[in-house]
Design a protein around this ligand. Sequence first.
Ligand code: UDP
Ligand code: MG
Length: 325
Amino acid sequence: MKKISIIIPCYNESAPLWDAYFEVNNILELLKEKYTYEILFIDDGSSDNTLHIIKEIATTSDAVKYISFTRNFGKESGMLAGLENASGDIVIIMDADLQHPPHLILDLINNYEEGYDQVIAKRTRKGEKISRKYITKIYYKLVNKLIDVELIDGIGDFRLLSKKAVNYLLSMREYNRFSKGLFSWIGFKTKIVEYENQERVSGESKWKFGSLLNYAIDGITSFNSKPLRLIIYLGFFITLINIIYIGYTFINIILFGIDMPGYFTVISSILLLGGIQLISIGVLGEYVGRIFYEVKNRPHYLINETNIDQTEKDTTRIEKLKVEL
Ligand code: UDP
Ligand code: MG
């Protein structure tokens, strides 16, 4: 019998956690003729009593596993820990706040049975703050122009992955993980299932405007080096304009003699060039910073507590993975 692993990253989710567990568990019970299952909670260094609740839930069933980090490492690390520790043949990633409707698990599984290695749940943007709606719209437009893989609006991390897809994802060991891009990068026969946008049942979103902006920069810079190419083009363009302008001024001087007043041109070119140079250095710095992190090769997360056997060291896992691939 095949096994389903549900991965739920949780950061300060004490409020919706029990409900989420009940709903997910009820759905999985419907499938128990065909599949065994495990529910894997990742406590991402919560400061409320999320971990306590997870442990309580774990006492009610052997199917409940958990991993607790030493501090908040971010959702990307949470998902990675889930993928690394899930033992199922099918893995489903979902949020703890019930914004990813658990009944959709049935649809995801149906499509898996039809032969899809990735089944993605796509939400409509109904009931969302107007500001966020537009920011995300612009974000996707911009990112898709710059990125090699295609990102689709409304698609988050709620998805089903076959074991093969999970292994490929884990074979990418980069430190700066941008999952949306990675999911798309591995390819596979992919199916999209739509669902209506859900309001968070309780607790609050950890997203802030600043983090969305940071996410945008991450999305662009972690996938390719097009911004660097862009700077080169910008450099060419500005040089060309400068050459034309210098030529024009030179001819003017020859024809009409030296014209002293030039304050406006001087100050505007200093300011404009200064700005462009700073942005360019920033872009370069962004890549250097990424290289810095990759080179350090630190672990993505540190486990404080878990009820999963961790005797099998990370490195052996990865070695094994390579053989399986
Ligand atoms: N999350 C996490 N670590 C973080 C931030 C969020 O594991 O540092 C989890 C969070 O508990 C939730 C999911 O990621 O299960 C999505 O977070 P949230 O609901 O805040 O994001 P939104 O739905 O607003 O995009
Ligand atoms: Mg949410």
